[in-house]
Design a protein around this ligand. Structure first.
Ligand code: SF4
Length: 687
């Protein structure tokens, strides 16, 4: 007998697809035999990306960790013995208890978006760490520079409704490779194109998206802020301004206009290494074609000035009046539209009067060596820091510390799990219950368990529930079931009440917002002034620049000329189409499609180094090196090399990936990692 279970994609992707999982009874067991998109889910309309259409291959992968494992080899060697849950949890509780008795801040949770679910993400886990008084984690590795920039400018992480993009007349993909990482927005852009809309890409790399746009502008990485300031300069110089909107709904126009005087197109062209005419033309198109919407994505904020750059870009729709139309404006994230019940999920009251220190996940390599008090235990879930955190060699050295006690909740023996003292088997999305918001559309999505947990795997929530029991935490919140947690995950559904049971049976629910939702058509910015804040008093009060500006990269010919002489190429490592961060890199069919780690290099850069297409090359700087195969092509602009990522280090021939060369310096806002602010040199690898 076949049954279709209503589910949700859990991965770190703005689309948050509603899924149908087909389940059969085989030998008395429920077996998932097919996953597909839910055709009735309006934003995603029944299409899953290639990665998640292989979800069964991931769930039933022969390498799944299905029993608790205890380390028997050297840290990093990945040698373990299977142990019982009782033995694993007893020993973990005893080790954590001893550390907590000295100072619970010695215990650090490390987690991110391995699942985006509100139940299996930071609910029971955060309750556990709050009760313990463990260090807090500043979850900055991906999106916090842009996220904070939106909060300071618009007052909320919100933007244009995905379901309006097909009505736009012009879509600017700014640092956004929608074909690879925002599939359903791309379908709407295709529809807009069929209706005559113009598509423009701004990206140092001729991505799959950029090659399908009418126009592609390729600034140097980390210079997007200068380009945005140049556009502001031209809009103001030409009087291409919605003066009424500016007067009624913005704050700080005069100060912004004065700042923008410094960014005439000739100077911007020099900073970005593009033509001045491209800046002039883009500004004119931005003003004349209405409505225009900007699809901004997170790649461009992974540089020193990433926060300021997003602030500058977020000023554009208010200047030109594009927010007036539901199909105009800007979308970086829609997550702020959801009223998540953070306090109900995570129970901050369990901390009592304690105010533990905060460890920034983007500088975990530093922290493992220098934090005071020292990090004595790491509990890793929903993340693979040894592969994904910057300056990987230092991160791996930290994880290799013999005095560090490490527990990893995982599906597979990842680069990080190899360093664990205990690996605890976690369930996949098909095996547990969850509920999701989205950061790309306006729907809550439910995930019903389709099958029983495989082997001895348990949901994250259950693992922390059991651990809380072993630690003697008797607070009532540790008894709550996943169902009860899901039922309190949201405070509302837009202006309607949140109805978990209804959501669970239907699978998805649009927030109660109008069909032609235009969040800032009438202003209503939830900033302190109620206006779009070009000038931010909150930033001024923090001693930070209250206006948007261009902040030069940490590493570049202007900031560090001597370094740029030795390492003249900028490297970026955006997502490979068949991977999602480091997830799926071990799924054979997807890895087969990606082939092997490759470095895309412009023919002129390759020729200058005697490198031919297909050569093995070494990418290096003072922090480290890694080897991969050169693909000589015109996708990267001159002076930029691109390593599509993120490969597991242990699956690469040299055991390394692109994070060997990245650094741990932080963005100007949001304390985020600046992965794409990195200079390297490339040479042919020794045979
Ligand atoms: S990764 Fe994104 S596009 Fe792919 S199934 Fe999940 S939500 Fe949909």
């Amino acid at each position: 007998m076949r049954e279709i279970v209503q589910a949700a994609c859990p991965h770190d992707c703005p689309d948050t697809c509603a899924m149908h999982v087909t389940v059969e009874q085989q030998g008395g067991k429920r077996i998932a035999v097919h996953v597909a998109g839910d055709p009735s889910h309006p934003p995603t309309a029944g299409t899953l990306c290639t990665k998640v259409s292989r979800y069964l291959e991931r769930t039933y992968h022969p390498d799944r960790v299905l029993r608790p494992l205890r380390r028997i080899g050297k840290k990093g060697a990945g040698r373990f013995e299977a142990v019982s849950w009782d033995r694993a949890l007893d020993e973990i509780a005893q080790r954590l208890g001893a550390i907590a008795a000295r100072d619970p801040q010695g215990i650090v949770p490390y987690s991110y978006a391995g699942t985006m679910g509100l139940v299996q993400g930071e609910s029971m886990a955060q309750r556990f760490f709050n009760r313990l008084g463990a260090s807090r984690l500043d979850r900055t590795i991906c999106a916090s520079a842009g996220g904070e920039a939106l909060l300071y400018t618009l007052g909320v992480r919100q933007g244009t409704d995905l379901e309006q993009f097909q009505n736009s007349r012009q879509i600017i993909f700014w640092g956004a490779n929608a074909v690879a990482s925002n599939l359903h927005l791309w379908s709407r852009a295709q529809e807009a194109k069929r209706r005559g809309a113009r598509l423009i890409a701004i990206d140092p790399y001729r991505s799959l998206t950029a090659e399908r746009c009418h126009e592609h502008i390729a600034p140097l990485p980390g210079t997007d802020g200068a380009l945005a300031m140049g556009l502001i300069h031209v809009l103001i110089r030409e009087g291409w301004l919605d003066r009424r909107y500016i007067e009624d709904h913005t704050l700080g126009f005069e100060a912004l206009a004065e700042r923008a005087l410094d960014y005439d197109p000739a100077r911007v062209a020099q900073i970005c290494s593009i033509s001045a005419s491209a800046v002039e033309r883009l500004a004119q198109e931005y003003w004349q074609v209405r409505p225009t919407v900007i699809r901004l994505n997170y790649g461009m904020q992974r540089a020193h000035g990433g926060g300021s750059a997003v602030r500058a870009i977020a000023c554009l729709p208010a200047l030109a009046g594009h927010w007036r139309d539901p199909a105009g404006g800007l979308l970086l994230s829609s997550s702020g539209a959801f009223a998540v019940n953070e306090a109900g999920l995570t129970r901050p009251e369990l901390l009592g009067k304690r105010t533990p220190r905060t460890i920034n996940m983007s500088t975990i390599g530093e922290a493992l060596h220098r934090a005071s008090p020292p990090i004595e235990a790491l509990i890793v879930y929903n993340s693979n820091p040894v592969a994904v955190a910057p300056q990987s060699a230092q991160v791996a050295q930290g994880f290799a510390r013999e005095d560090l006690f490490t527990v990893v909740l995982e599906h597979f023996l990842t680069d990080t799990a190899d360093y664990a003292d205990f690996v605890l088997p976690a369930t996949t999305q098909l095996e547990h219950l969850d509920v999701h918001r989205s950061y790309g559309h306006l729907y809550q999505v439910a995930n019903n368990p389709a099958i029983e947990p495989l082997g001895e795997a348990a949901p994250n929530s259950e693992i922390f529930r059991r651990l809380a029991g072993k630690m003697g935490f008797t607070d009532e919140c540790f008894q709550e079931s996943d169902e009860e947690i899901a039922a309190q995950a949201f405070l509302s559904c837009g202006s309607a009440p949140y109805d978990w049971q209804g959501l669970r049976s239907q699978g998805w629910q649009r927030l109660d917002l109008p069909a032609d939702y235009a969040p800032f058509a009438q202003g209503n910015f939830p900033t302190p002034s109620g206006r779009c804040e070009f000038y931010s008093q909150r930033l001024a009060d923090l001693g930070l620049d209250p206006l948007p500006d261009y902040v030069a990269p940490y590493e570049g010919p202007v900031s560090t000329p001597a370094l740029a002489q030795r390492f003249p190429l900028a490297i970026i490592s955006p997502p490979a189409r068949n991977f999602l961060n480091s997830s799926f890199a071990n799924v054979q069919s997807l890895r087969g499609t990606e082939g092997e780690p490759r470095l895309d290099m412009h023919p002129i850069d390759a020729a200058a180094r005697g490198i031919a297409d297909g050569d093995m090359v070494e990418v290096f700087n003072d922090r480290g090196s890694f080897c991969l195969r050169a693909r000589v092509c015109e996708r990267p602009r001159l002076g930029v090399v691109v390593a599509l990522s993120i490969w597991w280090k242990k699956l690469a021939a040299d055991g390394k990936n692109a994070n060997e060369v990245t650094h741990q310096r932080l963005t100007d806002l949001g304390r985020a990692a600046s992965f794409y602010d990195c200079l390297v040199e490339v040479r042919r690898a020794a045979k």
